[in-house]
Design a protein around this ligand. Structure first.
Ligand code: GLP
Length: 637
């Protein structure tokens, strides 16, 4: 059942999906709708009823609503809100409760009467949960039903906390959280073990009763689940897919979250496409994987039977196409990520001169560097390049308290032994702050400082193992990160000027960076924005004209083969060495992977798995068989 106009390319989509360049535009569009309904109701003296969501996704939307209140005088006096969910067992003043989140992100900044805001009560006694949930539903009805419901989406396909298994008729109730959902929340709670196991959530049925629904999604981590919800038969495995039956539901997504939709991923399957070089590469590599053949063994029938007959007609024969694609893929492979001196570089990903190159590796937090390009870093250093690793943020939020307590004891003991009063005194202060903050409080500057130092020592140890000159490590401690809590980040001018100063000092010939396409409020995404802004300010500099920017994809993920412009193979020994480098980040052992990744929470295996997998793909395409590969994409800003 479709309730909207579809185009040829979006024919597989069962929910109206609008793709925006970024989260900004998509959030503005929803903010405008909300403003319109608030104003319209004001005219007739009525209330506007909003269903609200938490998580990183709606933060931009809330910032825009706050801006409208501040700059345009938009009043929220006639607004009634109902939040989707709340962790069970958390009081409203717990820093990670959804009530607290809503106060911080919206309610405290607009003129909404406190009594008009509703968030399920996380502390209601077990035997009263059912009554409390029914009362929540009644309150929604009494307010006249929800006019606009805002949704994010979890990587399990959940909306609110309706985890897989939630039916379309489910109502507000107590639920058990999925392990992937708990892992995604682990960073907020400083460890998976602290994440509540249960939550109270509006049901799918409650959500479907809203008059209009907007689901927002950003970043590549959401791409798969968005495609499933939008294009596949509704199933309780992906509760968001039940939104297909809603008559007035729109998904507003950014390019990254849209990347797995058929019209983006395999556009040739839903209509004619312009066979540009990148499109041809994407399609032919897809075809080879689909029919399970190396590139050079594809025949005309493979093309024509898989929706690519027009490509054959346009380009002549499968023979020419295959050879061309084989060569392109072959030319991405290099053991010389800084260029091979004295070699013909016409088909090499990186140019031969100058040699050596000043290479700048940007790591949003310590560990991203070795995890994603440990092998490449090692090669660059070995091949005589001048390698600087700049750790953009301190990464202190990811250090468990237990680790800092170990360091404190060490410092105090050493301080007493050596009568080094100042250090021991500092360590005692940190200890006091830790005791005072309790399990979930934010860290003070002193605690963060010590935690940051611990991560520095791990980064040094890792870099040393990879053969890098550790006097070339640069710890930027970008200020945007230093607020003691995740999901509260915003880029500042100071961040940009720190990055700009570094760029101007090094004047790199090549930069390795990540964060493009990540959830916009994540550490890698903001770190990338800082780089982008700093580069803008360097526009016109001679060094920048000569500088290549290589993107690595991020923790636990890798570019698709057709996106890779430089594939750096690792020998079995290099892979082992890289894993040893990762092991040096001991405080991260118990941490969950970042939200941009899937799979086991043991980051150690993930790096190895990802690099081996890329090598297997190259092998399957008919290229040489390597142990492991790290992939990079050239960024054309
Ligand atoms: C939690 C919330 C959902 C939210 C999801 C995604 O599970 N209960 O309402 O959509 O997280 O969070 P984020 O927007 O941070 O990706």
């Amino acid at each position: 059942m479709k309730h909207f106009d579809i185009s040829e390319s979006s024919q597989r989509e069962r929910i109206q999906t609008v793709i925006y360049d970024g989260a900004e535009g998509a959030s503005m569009a929803v903010a405008n709708e909300i403003r319109d309904i608030i104003k319209e109701r004001q005219k007739s003296g009525k209330n506007a009823v909003l269903g609200l969501a938490t998580g990183s996704t709606p933060v931009r939307l809330y910032r825009e609503l706050i801006r409208m209140h501040r700059d345009e005088g938009l009043s929220f006096a006639n607004v009634i809100t109902f939040n989707l969910d709340e962790y069970y067992g958390l009081s409203g003043d717990h820093p990670e409760s959804y009530r607290r989140f809503m106060q911080d992100q919206l309610f405290d900044h607009v003129d909404i009467p406190e009594a008009n805001t509703h968030v399920p009560d996380g502390l209601v006694a077990r035997e009263e949960v059912f009554a409390s949930c029914s009362a929540y539903e009644e309150a929604i009805n009494a307010a006249g039903g929800i006019d606009i419901q805002i949704l994010g989406i979890g990587r399990t396909g959940h909306i609110g906390f309706n985890e897989p298994g939630s039916g379309p008729d489910s109502r507000t109730r107590l639920v058990t959280l999925d392990s992937l959902t708990r892992r995604d929340a682990a960073r907020d709670f400083l460890g998976e073990q602290n994440v509540p196991r249960h939550a109270i959530t509006m049901g799918v049925g409650t959500i479907l009763d809203a008059k209009k629904v907007f689901l927002l999604a950003w970043g590549e981590a959401k791409a798969e689940v968005i495609a499933q919800a939008v294009e596949e038969t509704p199933t309780d495995i992906i509760p968001a897919s039940f939104l297909q039956s809603h008559a007035n539901c729109v998904f507003n997504v950014d390019r990254s979250a849209a990347s797995q939709l058929t019209r983006v991923l395999h556009p040739w399957l839903v209509g004619p496409v312009e066979w540009s070089a990148p499109m041809t590469r994407k399609a032919v590599q897809w075809l080879a994987r689909k029919v399970n053949k190396p590139l050079l063994k594809l025949v005309d029938e493979d093309y024509s039977e898989n929706g690519m007959g027009d490509l054959l007609t346009e380009k002549g024969s499968s023979y020419d196409l295959n050879i061309n694609l084989f060569n392109i893929t072959q030319h991405t492979i290099t053991g010389w990520p800084g260029g091979k001196p004295g070699a013909d570089d016409s088909h090499r990903p990186e140019r031969a001169t100058p040699h050596p190159k000043r290479s700048l590796i940007l790591s949003p937090e310590p560990l991203d560097d070795v995890f994603c390009l440990g092998g490449t870093m090692h090669r660059l250093a070995n091949q005589g390049h001048e390698v600087t690793i700049a750790y953009q943020t301190s990464g202190n939020l990811a250090v468990p308290d237990t680790e800092v307590r170990r360091a404190i004891e060490l410092i105090i003991e050493l301080g007493e032994e050596r009568q080094a009063d100042t250090e021991a005194k500092f360590a005692r202060t940190v200890e006091k702050h830790l005791d005072a903050k309790g399990q979930f409080g934010a860290d003070t500057a002193e605690v963060r400082h010590l935690k940051g130092l611990i991560r520095r020592s791990e980064a040094r140890s890792s870099a040393r193992l990879l053969g890098l000159d550790i006097s070339h490590l640069s710890f930027l401690d970008l200020p945007f990160y230093e607020n003691g809590r995740y999901r509260r980040f915003s880029m500042t001018a100071e961040d940009v000027s720190i990055m700009k100063a570094l760029l101007e000092k090094i004047q790199p010939h090549q930069i390795f960076a990540t964060g493009l396409g990540h959830d916009p409020l994540s550490v890698p995404a903001i770190s990338f924005e800082v780089l982008r802004e700093a580069l803008k300010q360097c526009e016109g500099s001679d060094w920048l004209k000569e500088c290549n920017i290589w993107l690595y994809r991020g923790l636990g993920t890798e570019w698709e083969a057709h996106e890779i412009d430089m594939a750096v193979p690792l020998s079995p020994d290099e892979l082992k060495n890289k894993i040893q480098g990762i092991y040096q980040h001991q405080t991260q052992r118990s941490q969950s992977p970042s939200s941009s990744q899937k799979g086991p929470s043991d980051a150690w295996n993930l790096a190895e798995q990802v690099n081996r997998n890329t090598a297997e793909i190259y092998d399957a395409l008919g290229l040489a068989e390597y142990e492991a590969i790290e992939g990079f994409k050239l960024w054309n800003a």
